[in-house]
Design a binder for this molecule. Structure first.
Ligand SMILES: NC(=O)c1ccc[n+]([C@@H]2O[C@H](COP(=O)([O-])OP(=O)(O)OC[C@H]3O[C@@H](n4cnc5c(N)ncnc54)[C@H](O)[C@@H]3O)[C@@H](O)[C@H]2O)c1
Ligand SMILES: Cc1cn([C@H]2C[C@H](O)[C@@H](COP(=O)(O)OP(=O)(O)O[C@H]3O[C@H](C)C(=O)[C@H](O)[C@H]3O)O2)c(=O)[nH]c1=O
Length: 347
């Protein structure tokens, strides 16, 4: 089986590459990635050495239709993960989100149709539960299902919703063999330290406080990244064309609960919490009903149990300082310090 992954040098992508090569000995994989600020070749250095025959990196952009067409022509399965992925950045500037998530997805679909006019190849479009908007805090009975209407709140989620619609339109109009996955918040190794868990853990490792937005009551449904990767691979191999699959951990936590758990694991107390200005348009609660993928494909989130999985993740950042120290001392440090100061001042 030949897989082409886009965005394979990012957080979920690099975990997917490792998981697919380790769990499928008959699989080879090409990773097309533009290496934006969140793409890190260091995350896959060991893979290049361990699987020289089965793994190849290609530096490129999903908007380059000619390059994408030749790469897709050589693949059986395309896993589309490349994206601008951070909500806070989309609030500062939404344009890169439209360029990669919307235009980039259209370019990928154009390339797929050129490379595969008979629709023999399989595409999995990896998306987010944020397309559904948010849920009220006082209705724990409500969950996102595959038929929940789209109601995105941030430029990020609006761009992902657009990309989902483009994929659905190509399924309907051209009959492409694609499925869409909508997943909840992932945690695990190799996540860029702008997202809440690696940010808080690496702040604490540097003796810095953790900036909690608003009152900390917002809720996220946390899933270990390898559970997500396993689900995406299952959808690629066994999912039905035209279907959407929701993926979630059944693991809802308020940000305050998450923060206390991290503080406990890292040996700190609540004096390290700094309450800062809330995120604009901050979604209150995400919660996924994953019963369809559980029923149809037999998937279970077996690696996401807390506190063990969270503790293993915190330990990974503690044990892999070389991976994040370079990132946190470069350009990103300036971005982060500006953001942090702005939120402290409430401007
Ligand atoms: N992180 C989560 O919790 C989460 C949850 C659900 C869905 N998702 C989706 O999963 C996918 C991966 O998310 P992530 O958290 O790993 O993101 P990430 O930011 O860590 O990685 C994104 C990768 O895409 C690459 N990329 C960006 N623009 C590109 C372009 N134009 N061409 C080629 N490559 C490009 C980057 O270099 C990077 O390697 C995204 O589509 C995201 O919307 C993420
Ligand atoms: C960075 C940061 C975040 N937060 C809060 C904001 C959220 O309520 C929660 C998680 O934030 P984060 O930015 O890590 O993730 P989400 O905005 O939920 O989005 C993530 O999960 C979805 C599914 C994707 O699709 C996104 O790609 C992914 O980034 O912590 C803070 O309180 N302080 C901080 O400094």
């Amino acid at each position: 089986m030949k897989i082409l992954i886009t965005g394979g040098s990012g957080f979920i992508g690099s975990n997917f590459v490792r998981f697919a090569l380790e769990s499928r000995s008959d699989t080879s994989l090409v990773n097309l990635d533009a290496l934006t600020y969140s793409g890190n070749p260091e995350s896959l250095r060991d893979i290049e050495e361990r699987f020289p025959e089965r793994y190849r990196f290609v530096h490129g952009d999903i908007r380059d239709v000619d390059q994408m067409t030749s790469l897709i022509a050589e693949a059986d399965i395309v896993i589309h993960m490349a994206a601008e992925s951070h909500v806070d950045r989309s609030i500062i500037d939404g344009r890169p989100f439209i360029e990669t998530n919307v235009l980039g997805t259209q370019c990928l679909l154009d390339a797929l149709r050129q490379a595969d006019p008979d629709n023999n190849k399989r595409l999995v479009h990896v998306s987010t539960d944020e397309v559904y908007g948010d849920l009220p805090l006082d209705r724990p009975d409500l969950l996102f299902t595959e038929t929940t209407p789209y109601s995105p709140s941030s430029p990020y989620s609006a761009s992902k919703a657009s990309s989902d619609h483009l994929v659905r339109a190509a399924i309907h109009t051209f009959g492409i063999n694609a499925s869409i996955t909508n997943c909840s918040n992932n945690f695990g190794p190799y996540q860029f330290p702008e997202k809440v868990i690696p940010l808080f853990v690496t702040n604490l490792l540097q003796g810095m406080k953790v900036p909690l937005y608003g009152d900390g009551r917002n809720v996220r449904d946390w899933l270990h990244v390898i559970d997500h990767c396993e689900a995406v691979l299952l959808v690629a191999e066994q999912g039905k064309a035209g279907e959407t699959y929701n993926i979630g951990g059944n693991n809802e936590r308020s940000n305050l609960e998450l923060t206390h758990a991290i503080l406990d694991i890292m040996g700190h107390d609540e004096s390290m919490i700094e309450y800062v200005e809330d995120r604009k348009g901050h979604d209150r609660r995400y919660a996924i009903d994953a019963s369809k993928i559980q029923r149809d494909l037999g998937w279970e989130p077996s690696r996401s149990a807390w506190p063990e999985a969270l503790e293993a993740t915190c330990n990974w950042y503690r044990d892999n300082t070389a991976w994040w120290q370079r990132i946190r001392s470069g350009e990103y440090r300036q971005y982060y310090e500006q953001q942090y100061a702005r939120k402290q001042d409430g401007v």
